[in-house]
Ligand binder design. Sequence first.
Ligand SMILES: [Zn+2]
Length: 593
Amino acid sequence: MNKQQHNIPLQYTWDLSFLYPTVTDWESDLKIIEKTAAELAAKKGIITSSAQDLWQTLNLMDKLEILFERAASYAKMNFDVNMADSAAKSNYEIIYNLSTKVSTQLAFYEPGLIQMTPTLLQQYQQEIPELTTYSFMFEKLFKEKNHILSTQEEEIITRMDSLGGTFEQIFDQLSVNDLNFPEIKGENGEILQANETNYRKALNSYNRELRKAYFKSLLGTYGAHRNSLTTIAAGNIKHKVFQAQIRKYSSTREQALAKNHIPLAVYDNLINTVHHNVHQLQDYLKLRKKMLAYDTLHFYDLFVPLSKDINKTYTYEEAQDIVLNALSLLGNDYILVLKQAFRERWIDVYPQKGKTSGAYANGIYDAHPYALLNFTGTLDDVFTIAHELGHVMHSYYSNKQQPYILSNYVIFTAEVASTVNEYLLYQYLLQQTTNNQEKKYLLSMHLDSIRSTFYRQTFFADFEMQIHQMAEKDIPLTPELFCHTYRDLYAYYHGPDFTIDEELTFEWMRIPHYFSPFYVYQYATGISAAITLAQGILQQKPSALKNYLYFLTAGGSDYPLALLKNAGVDMSTSEPIITTIQDFSATLSLFAT
Ligand SMILES: [Zn+2]
């Protein structure tokens, strides 16, 4: 432990000794990991030979992964609060190297497992009934099997894929190291480089000239490299098209969604429903324009807060109480576990020198989850506590209730529990406050969060779908095609009160998510599911709470859509999307009065 951590009372730091009392204990687990990996390696070629072999292999794999998760979490979390500490850094490297070694050693595992057939599995399950724990895992594997090619073809594809990854690497190099972002004058006449680091902060500034200069300089820099950046983006998309076609998927979108077993209809439904309801977003922009008293609204006017921060600060103890009160309607057990998390030091609270920035939660099977915060006492920080504890509780219940193989939840459902908590906190604070300015601030925060998480991400998802579809029709992907498509979509979503600067048509060039196609739509579906579920709980709809609490225990025991449907929200219908839009609309009315 470094010096800084000593200055913070122990109760505000997380207790990693729960995982391993000493580093020596951690080291002896590394030995067990190596031994287990060796035992597994001995199963090469015989994984599916008999029911016994299959059962032993699957159990060994679970054991290995559980141990590894614990050991890796210990090293990573210790490093995250002591990044300047050489021992912490070295332990983190040790576990990273061990991970590489083990995955090379076990490269045979998946190809071996895929030799199973449904008939053989049934036969083995009759011999060893406990094998049914793995039925869902095999069901997913059998579906994937239709898209797996011969060993030789797979080898070629693996090599191709490592080449395909260079598009993203070139983009990273260009955007982080090579692009020369110009210097502009800051708020107080100081010199400021208009780069990615301070972009968001600049867009929040009350100084319009600064926002405009920053926006034009940053996006203009991307635009000046439009030919290279288009070639990189087009190369990446063509590689994805190649992958999808060679694996016999009808499109890149189908392949990406198949990973999480999401039907295309969910995506289409999101886009179509938002298309029919862009006027609510446009009402918001109209109000924003009016409140800012501008003739026309530009992109660089979208982030400046409409309501001044009330600058209230909270102690960590006050924040805990607020969160506990706001979430009390989730029931006694939920609250008791939260109190346990506070009391038993699951959370590392304050910023300190050498600690990583941001916030996260980390679930660990056979242990309890942990959360990292950088609490400074703002209202945003109180929301972050509610958010991360949502993840903590989802992991806690799922890890407790599910066998390891079914405990992990996928991205499509991952942000639901955290966003439900944020929504419950928002509604609680809205109910509690008697201060009109505070109320306005909360409402405007909520509007901004739906605009950026729901509308903006749907817009991004719409754009990538259109571009990929054109690529799949062999339409040449030129800078003009990208920029025109982007401009048209901006106009469609944002309407007549919004002016599209030329620089804005270059914005897609700076979005790193486009290198992982068809990912961002999940932000929009996630918030829609969460708002629908949270409203059901608040309105005390029959079984709403019971079903939601069950969802928290369900981990990855079924397809994400089925889990959410059981929880009370059907993402294959437009209902949750409409609920979110109505919530936005109602918030706007409250805010405008
Ligand atoms: Zn989250």
